[in-house]
Design a protein around this ligand. Structure first.
Ligand code: ZN
Length: 185
């Protein structure tokens, strides 16, 4: 894993305790806390990719209903994973963390302009935003690592199917947070 960045996707109040919450989301909190703390200690960039919807966004009007509306409490990162001063926070308006967000230019600017090469993905949901972010990362040539205990979905089936898809289609390395930390240090 060279020039890594950690991307934490949609660990927002509405996804964990609010409008489209699933109990399963809570499974990832202690693991992702460990991951971001280890990353910060090792100067690995931590990037939060957060839904920040307008009410007219297609995702809101056609699919999920109101969630993570920009500026609301529901759109804030959960308190347990609150971004720290040196972390990066980007706002997205649909599933992919790359789609019209500026993530790509941020990734290029890191490591003294040499750019990020490997993206370590965690967050919600395995088969939706994590999948679409992985797709866009793959198209752009990034290596992809997914923390299998740092992502979750609405059901066990969605989660497992989601992990298999990430591995099969994007050649993502699927490993635990502890294994990722071992490689970082
Ligand atoms: Zn959304």
């Amino acid at each position: 894993m060279e020039n890594k960045a950690i991307v934490i996707i949609d660990l927002l109040n509405d996804f964990v305790t609010g409008k489209i919450a699933t109990e399963r989301a809570k499974n990832v909190i202690p693991n992702l806390r460990k991951l971001v703390e280890a990353a910060r200690q090792n100067n690995i960039p931590v990037i939060y990719s957060n839904d920040a919807h307008y009410p007219q966004d297609v995702e809101v009007t056609r699919k999920w209903g109101e969630h993570a509306i920009k500026g609301t409490e529901g759109a804030k990162v959960i308190p347990e994973l609150e971004p720290k001063e040196k972390d990066y926070v980007i706002e997205k308006r649909t599933y992919s963390s790359f789609y019209e967000t500026g993530l790509e230019s941020l990734l290029r600017s890191l490591y003294d302009g040499k750019g990020v090469k490997t993206l370590v993905l965690g967050g919600l949901h395995t088969n939706i935003c994590v999948r679409h972010t992985a797709a866009d990362a793959f198209f752009r040539g990034y290596k992809i690592v997914v923390a299998n205990d740092g992502v979750e979905a609405f059901t066990q089936e969605d989660h497992e199917e989601g992990l298999k898809y990430l591995e099969y289609v994007y050649n993502a390395k699927i490993i635990s947070v502890d294994e990722i930390i071992k490689e970082i240090i």
